[in-house]
Design a protein around this ligand. Structure first.
Ligand code: SF4
Length: 260
């Protein structure tokens, strides 16, 4: 009679319960997803080494050389229309705002004319801009306030501008800078990204970044710093795919993921 032999059954050890042995018995998709789940989360890369004063000066000297008189892209006719354009630009693109305000400002370029136009017609004129109902209400209310409290003129102090409906710190900084030549620095999404990526002035909030930039940028560059950084963020240091290969400051930039 032939001898019956039994195969020894290997008891699973702690090691064999690990991914390789376990994955052998699992369908591919399950194995892949368990591998993904086990993968530790990659912390975001951050530039940490601060810029030296000489490097900051060098960066802004290059910006100035390339574009000595940078201009904002929000179209306006005077301080009042600039204020209205900035209020309308919250969470909207400059191009989108310009498209609506070109005709609007031909009809209403003062608070008095805006009130004469009325909220309904204003709403109609800006209906292509996001949040247009709230923005129309704010523009009418700020026009009323300008007439009632500021003689129909845009005030020249931060506190007064920030007291207007729909206007915050960023609006005040843009108006003070562009209409009155003050050395203020508005932090929008582009400036925020560039300051953090490059490590020029890292910060978690726009205010933190604004104060950080004010600390490091030499006074002689402050008047135009806002526009240089916005234009750099909008056309070169683009959110999804920065154009590091043509970037003026790629040798100075601290971003660990820069592509050059
Ligand atoms: S090198 Fe790249 S990441 Fe750095 S500032 Fe220039 S475009 Fe932005």
């Amino acid at each position: 009679m032939p001898k019956i032999t039994r195969k020894a059954i290997r008891k699973p050890t702690e090691k064999s319960c690990g991914s390789v042995a376990a994955n052998r018995r699992q369908p591919k998709s399950v194995a892949a997803s368990s591998r993904q789940a086990a993968k530790p989360k990659k912390p975001p890369l951050r530039a940490t080494k601060p810029w030296t004063p000489a490097e900051v000066r060098e960066a802004f000297t290059r910006f100035r050389k390339a574009n000595p008189e940078p201009k904002g892209e929000l179209e306006h006719l005077n301080a009042y229309t600039l204020l209205v354009a900035v209020v309308l630009s919250a969470q909207a693109t400059d191009a989108g705002v310009n498209k609506a305000t070109r005709e609007l400002f031909r009809r209403a370029d003062t608070p008095q004319k805006m009130l004469a136009l009325g909220e309904e017609k204003l709403r109609e004129a800006i209906r292509t801009i996001g949040l247009y109902r709230t923005k129309a209400r704010n523009v009418i209310a700020l026009s009323q306030k300008l007439i009632a409290e500021f003689g129909g003129e845009v005030p020249r102090t931060r506190e007064a501008i920030e007291s207007l409906p729909g206007a915050g710190r960023k609006t005040a900084n843009v108006v003070l800078n562009m209409a009155f030549g003050e050395r203020t620095l508005a932090v929008d999404t582009h400036v925020f990204r560039v300051a953090n990526r490059t490590a020029l002035a890292a910060g978690k909030t726009p205010l933190e970044v604004e104060l950080g930039l004010e600390r490091v940028i030499p006074a002689e560059f402050m008047l135009h710093a806002h526009h240089w950084l916005i234009l750099h963020g909008r056309y070169t240091c683009i959110a999804r795919k920065p154009r590091c290969e043509v970037c003026l400051i790629n040798d100075l930039c601290r971003w660990p993921e820069k592509t050059i």
